[in-house]
Ligand binder design. Structure first.
Ligand SMILES: Nc1ncnc2c1ncn2[C@@H]1O[C@H](COP(=O)(O)OP(=O)(O)OP(=O)(O)O)[C@@H](O)[C@H]1O
Ligand SMILES: [Mg+2]
Length: 673
């Protein structure tokens, strides 16, 4: 996506004292009311006074530091109106170009308070979509204006886009708009009257459009802002600063400001809070951070005034500085089952099977990475450019996957599968319509009769949950060994050995894979092997185990249909590096796997078993299968509600007699249509 670049509006003055900075400051505030706007000043002294804000060149100094643009923006002073301010040395051409470009890619409007035009500003004035020349209604100013215009022509600036703003207008001065238009030979965009309130507002450090929103000056400047925006519709009702003003309180802005100050205070104490990961020290730092924020509220940050809003802000900043930031609220919301951070600005959540944008955002990529580090560091894992991908677990057991640049192109990304405290049990799945009581009966018998089962489905389709439920049918007196990448299974039986893989250490050594564990398990005298998910070469070891006395094993794999499950198994066996002919692989698969249980997540957010399929054998080179139960959708289904049933296909599984042989009573009627 090509980002639209911000619009530059240059305000030039014919001579000092015309009020170009006054116009720039107030116009920018009006524009900031509905678009992200920055005021760029060559000499920030005047705007500093008018806005009562310290505007320094700190941001310019950081230009070469390859900062994330959002971080760069967060370093800019922010006025309570939501207007950002910047200043830079316009005598250095390099700075002019780079600085302006960064601003343009982060702001929709850049109001450039140029003062009297100078050669080194030519580029930025030329790049402006609007150029206003501020004059006062006196002949000296108008003479100077003519000179300014010829200077602009000398700098090869297209004079067609130059419009006039007449400031400090008063009829008693004897020069009316018509005469001014005639003298300068161009249109007048705005006439701002002379009013004593202008100087009062400057002296008070409160811009007139905010302090005297209904003064004639404010009305004229608001009209000018509408002209700049090309809109007559936008209502710009400025209120006197206060709790309810929709323009004055820019909570995000204040939060960023306090956050930055906290970071500054702590870095003064040699605490690099942004990369702080030691959760034990959290409590210690919490006290310091709270104190710093309270001090800021008592001194320079006056908004918000109400206690509850301050407490909310304090909580959010504490979470951001010391915890998992915007994720904290999502983690504590028990309705949310999955959190997906696509990038710092886009956090999706899953509630009752449906995905929605949460509206939460991270301040910067740096904050997001710090958050990832806070999750992975306590369990001895790390993430950086050389290890840009990591799997981890939160203390409550939630599964975390993070990936950062250079692998993630749009910035760090994070996925959290929340650990659900209430494990779903077989009755829950029946209640949700995931499977039918008859299917449960059948699956139970298959487990008791030591059938090898592969559970398949798409990502998040509920494979692990179903594996947990199906494994719970294993008799209590059997020795179960579970193998997972990150332990998610939670079996009710007592005789369970839980194994988990290990990633390589910092030197890239010591990794223990699922495959290593499967091989090792064979020496641990298991009755059943339950593998959380087969993704590669371990499939071969798993099939061999299933074929050599460890029947009754269960695993899951990612696939789109029961047929696809077989194809994936073949591919995985090939991944083991054993050069087996395809036919031999298929024979292994068909003799090892008895049943495929395929589950899907539907558009309405529900998860349902769509197929229970028997792997029947081989016909020539092809594995044959037959569906025993299939989900039949009814016609009344729509996007928001899928109705239907998991029904028997009428085919009786070929191993039915075996099930009966084992004296497990099976009512054959469950297979009848
Ligand atoms: N039958 C079901 N009905 C409703 N929700 C379910 C069902 N099965 C699982 N869930 C929920 O769906 C989410 C994903 O489930 P699970 O972890 O089992 O999926 P998965 O297929 O193993 O995912 P992955 O491919 O990421 O390993 C969990 O929040 C779980 O509680
Ligand atoms: Mg899973």
């Amino acid at each position: 996506m090509v980002l639209k670049k911000g619009k530059i509006i240059s305000i030039i003055s014919s001579k000092n004292g015309n009020g170009a900075s006054f116009v720039s400051v107030n116009l920018s505030i009006c524009l900031a009311a509905f678009k992200k706007t920055v005021l760029l000043d060559t000499e920030a002294d005047f705007s500093s006074i008018m806005l009562n804000l310290e505007i320094d060149k700190a941001a310019q100094k950081l230009l070469g530091a390859e900062l994330d643009p959002a971080v760069f923006v967060s370093l800019l002073p922010l006025h309570s109106s939501g207007l950002y301010c910047a200043t830079a040395d316009y005598r250095e051409k390099e700075v002019v170009d780079v600085f302006t470009e960064v601003l343009r890619s982060n702001f929709e409007n850049i109001v450039f308070d140029a003062g009297t035009p100078e050669k080194h500003m030519a580029n930025i004035i030329e790049a402006s979509s609007l150029v206003y020349l501020v004059v006062t209604p006196d002949l000296i100013s108008l003479k100077a204006a003519e000179k300014a215009l010829s200077k602009l022509a000398e700098f090869h600036i297209n004079l067609d886009k130059v419009r006039i703003i007449v400031n400090k207008y008063h009829p008693a001065l004897g020069l009316d708009e018509k005469t001014i238009r005639k003298i300068l030979g161009r249109e007048i965009a705005a006439t701002i009257p002379f009013e004593i309130e202008a100087s009062v507002s400057v002296n008070n450090g409160k811009p007139i459009v905010m302090s005297e929103p209904n003064s004639l000056i404010s009305l004229a400047i608001k009209d000018l802002a509408k002209l700049v925006e090309g809109s007559k519709e936008i209502s710009m009702e400025f209120e006197v600063p206060g709790e309810t003003s929709k323009y004055i309180i820019n909570e995000i802005g204040i939060k960023e400001k306090i956050h930055l100050r906290v970071v500054k205070v702590l870095s003064g104490m040699n605490i690099d809070i942004e990369s702080f990961v030691d959760l034990k020290k959290r409590e210690e730092f919490k006290v310091i951070v709270e104190k710093t924020i309270e001090e800021l509220f008592a001194t320079e940050v006056s908004e918000p005034k109400c206690k509850a809003a301050r407490e909310k802000l304090m909580k959010e900043i504490l979470q951001e500085v010391l915890g998992l930031g915007p994720l904290e609220d999502l983690l504590s919301d028990s309705d949310i089952s999955e959190i997906m951070v696509n990038n710092k600005d886009q956090v999706y959540v899953e509630r009752k099977g449906k995905l929605t944008l949460s509206g939460k955002k991270f301040l910067s990529d740096k904050q997001l990475i710090a958050c990832i580090e806070r999750i992975v560091a306590p369990i001895g894992r790390r993430i950086d450019e050389s290890v840009p991908m990591v799997d981890a677990r939160l203390l409550d057991g939630s599964r975390v996957h993070a990936i950062i640049p250079p692998l993630a192109l749009k910035g760090p990304s994070l996925t959290i599968r929340k650990f659900s405290k209430e494990r779903l049990l077989v009755d829950d799945l029946i209640k949700f319509g995931t499977l039918s009581p008859a299917a449960v009966e059948f699956l139970k018998l298959c487990v008791l009769s030591r059938k090898n089962i592969v559970i398949s489905g798409g990502t998040g389709s509920g494979k692990t949950t179903l594996l947990n439920v199906i494994s719970s049918f294993i008799p209590k007196d059997e020795r179960i060994i579970t193998i997972e990448d990150s332990a998610e299974l939670n079996l009710p039986q007592e005789h369970v050995v839980t194994l988990e893989t290990r990633p390589p250490n910092i030197e890239g050594r010591g990794a223990v894979t699922i495959r290593d564990l499967v091989k090792n398990t064979l020496r641990m005298r298991p009755d059943r092997i339950v593998v959380g998910e087969c993704r590669g070469g371990e499939a071969l070891d798993m099939l061999q185990a299933m074929n050599t006395g460890h029947d009754g094993s269960i695993t899951t794999l990612h696939s789109n249909s029961p047929r696809d499950t077989l194809a994936r198994l073949e591919t995985m066996v090939l991944m083991s590096g054993m050069e087996l002919p395809l036919k031999a692989i298929r024979e292994q698969v068909s003799s090892a796997v008895d049943l495929i249980v395929h589950q899907e997540r539907f558009k309405d957010g529900t998860r349902k078993i769509t197929h229970i399929t028997e792997v029947a054998g081989m016909e020539g080179d092809i594995i044959t299968t037959q569906d025993i139960f299939v989900f039949k959708q009814t016609e009344s289904s729509n996007r928001d509600f899928i109705s239907g049933q998991l029904l028997p296909s009428g085919i009786i599984p070929s191993f039915t007699d075996e099930l009966l042989l084992n004296e497990k009573c099976l009512d054959r009627r469950i297979f009848a249509l």
